[in-house]
Unconditional design. Structure first.
Length: 649
């Protein structure tokens, strides 16, 4: 026979029987290994390792007087995190427990005595190959990092370095797959054509599956992963195969012992030379402790936020799938539940509410449970027959969802708001009395005005109707319209300061008499501003005779200096005055009113208010004039005038 091919690698053989040591050493030397050391006194191994670091250790686990497993753990403990030293263990025990214990202690291979020397050499060859692959991978990674750094700095000058980086990256990926046994995390690889999945031994440690059982195929993992997680994993794997899309997912699974765990799983598609995806490979990491810590922190922050938001006196937690509400002791006592019950079905909870509140609370709560609303907020009363508080405020938020975003848990607080609700009721009653008093004052003042000036009876009421119609077409809100209506009903209240003989005079007024009449705007303002709730209306009364060009009275204001309510009142007042009978003249009719407003639109009167009035007349002619046919002759259609409320010229 020819001389054996020389092989690289320093090997240490440890066995308490010198004959076994010599047998293994000779077999290895015959196979071409030149650096083989043998030790039959296991106590000398630590000193040897302090002086020399071999590439492989062959270790007998069955040594009288010495725990082979302890020595194996001592060897593993001497290695740095990025050092891979394969240990081939030899034992007379072939049971799965012994193998599992050996692998857990750091062994990378396991042979059962008696050992076939040819098989022994093949195992040594394979383990040394992984040792050298690990070195190459480490060197390649350092080389890759160096190339990437230099390529980043010199990319603009030398594009060829980018190609070198890509080539180095491809080589590193190949080496990573070949050396997956030395990875820190569980690694896996799926052959697309056959569907076969190969797992590293770390997978069994994480999953709790029997390492001696056949490797589970992809579909065989359905019982391992939670249903939602398995569906997400299946969809991600399908995209990786079909589109080459990498993925990173956080999934939950259940070990055979019933423990629920969380894993971070990554996958990447690997292609052949033709660009077809032939394999999907990746890693799996147990992140349960990190996930639980993050979830605990998130829930604590959410509880604190809700407590501060609602000033809560009790807390509650709804499990959406089971429809069961967990109540804090404070909630149970606050709600008057018997024996401080801590659990309540949703239907029972709704049934315990006041009949008038059940539907609204149920609607809001189910909207949150169905994911239509992220928060729940409701005020409700307890059903009669308890000594509990009368009114409650409950606030809740979805804190846990499934993979599709559907709510799983809602966390919330509850507070007794009985005193607040009673205060609100007292305030509402006070406001009603104020409004009633205000309405009585307005009615009385309006009546006094009409008594003083019987020839204009109903004028203020009619002006109010016109002003409200204009305001609605201008888009004012109901609060604004109510204020405007009050101002209209009182806009001539200042006439109580004008002598009655002047108000009822059928002839033309003298200059002095006219000044007295024009003073009614200021007089009305002085009267109304003394009533706190009518200060805004007082301004409209003061300015309702102002004109856009400054020709009005009493202040000669122009444009937007005149408040909006006064500008609307000016249009309504003129429209009603011209179309109504006066002691010194008959009614001029609606035609004259429309003509006056249209002619002076923008000069004397607010153009938007005039347009709104004319639109009202066109849309509801029966409300603003007795002769609708005549009105249609005065107001043109939209195709003729180009904008609403403009007269024909």
């Amino acid at each position: 026979m020819g001389e054996a091919t020389k092989k690289q690698g320093r090997i240490l053989v440890v066995d308490d029987e010198p004959s076994i040591v010599r047998l293994f050493v000779r077999a290895l030397e015959a196979a071409g290994y030149e650096e083989v050391d043998g030790i039959s006194d296991p106590t000398l191994v630590p000193a040897y390792l302090d002086a020399v670091m071999p590439d492989l250790v062959v270790l007998d686990l069955d040594m009288p007087g010495l725990d082979g497993f302890a020595l194996l753990r001592d060897i593993s403990g001497r290695l740095s995190q990025d050092t891979y030293l394969p240990v081939l263990t030899v034992s007379g025990r072939g049971d799965p427990d012994a193998k599992t214990k050996a692998f857990q202690a750091g062994a990378k291979d396991y042979l059962v005595k008696p050992v076939d020397l040819r098989e022994f050499v093949l195992h040594v060859d394979a383990l040394l190959e992984t040792r050298f692959l690990s070195r190459r991978l480490h060197d390649t990674q350092e080389h890759l990092a160096d190339l990437v750094g230099r390529a980043t700095e010199e990319l603009q000058q030398e594009i060829t370095r980018g190609k070198q980086v890509q080539e180095a990256l491809r080589e590193a990926e190949q080496l990573l797959e070949e050396a997956r046994q030395v990875a820190q995390l569980a690694t896996w690889s799926m052959d697309v054509a056959s569907g076969t999945v190969t797992w590293s031994k770390e997978f069994y440690d994480i999953s709790g599956l029997d390492p001696d059982s056949p490797a589970p195929g992809f579909e065989d993992q359905a019982d391992l992963w939670a249903p939602e997680s398995f569906q997400r994993l299946r969809a991600a794997l399908r995209r990786a195969v079909d589109e080459g899309e990498p993925y990173e997912l956080t999934l939950d699974f259940v070990r055979p012992d019933g423990a629920r765990r969380f894993a971070l799983i990554r996958g990447v598609a690997l292609r052949d030379e033709d660009g077809r995806v032939v394999r999907v490979a990746g890693t799996l990491q147990d992140i349960t402790e990190r996930w639980l810590a993050q979830e605990s922190l998130r829930l604590s922050e959410e509880r604190l936020r809700l407590a501060l938001e609602a000033s809560s006196q009790g807390t509650w937690e709804l499990d959406v799938p089971t429809r069961v509400i967990e109540l804090s002791e404070e909630f149970a006592l606050l709600f008057g539940l018997e024996d401080g019950a801590s659990r309540l079905g949703v239907d029972d909870f709704i049934e315990s509410l006041h009949p008038d509140d059940r539907q609204s609370v149920a609607t809001l709560l189910w909207a949150c449970c169905l994911g239509d609303s992220p928060e729940f907020r409701a005020e409700f009363r307890r059903a009669a027959g308890t000594e509990a508080a009368e009114w409650f405020l409950a606030v809740g938020r979805v804190v846990t969802t499934d993979a599709q975003g559907r709510p799983l848990r809602i966390l919330g607080t509850v507070a007794d708001i009985t005193q607040r609700k009673r205060a609100e009721e007292r305030l509402a009653a006070s406001l009603r009395r104020v409004r009633e008093s205000e309405a009585a004052i307005i009615k009385a003042l309006s009546s006094v005005t009409e008594v003083r000036d019987p020839y204009t009876a109903g004028h203020q009421q009619r002006v109010a109707e016109i002003a409200v119609a204009i305001a609605r077409r201008l888009g004012l809100d109901e609060e604004e319209i109510a204020s405007l209506e009050k101002a209209a009903l009182l806009h001539d209240v200042g006439k109580i300061s004008v002598p009655i003989e002047i108000l009822s005079s059928p002839g033309l007024l003298t200059k002095l008499q006219r000044q007295l009449v024009e003073g009614h705007a200021a007089a009305g303002y002085e009267l109304l501003r003394s009533i706190p709730s009518l200060e805004r209306e007082a301004q409209a009364v003061l300015q309702h005779h102002e004109r856009m060009d400054g020709s009005g009275y009493p202040q000669g204001l122009t444009g937007d200096e005149i408040c909006l309510h006064a500008r609307i009142l000016a249009v309504a007042d003129v429209a009603e005055a011209i179309s109504s009978h006066r002691p010194y003249r008959p009614s001029k009719g609606l035609e004259a009113a429309i003509e006056e407003l249209s002619k002076n639109r923008g000069r004397l009167y607010d153009p938007a208010a005039v347009d709104a009035y004319l639109a009202w007349c066109e849309e509801e002619p029966s409300e603003c004039g007795p002769d609708p046919n005549q009105l249609r002759l005065l107001v043109s259609g939209p195709e003729e005038r180009g904008e609403p409320g403009r007269l024909k010229t």
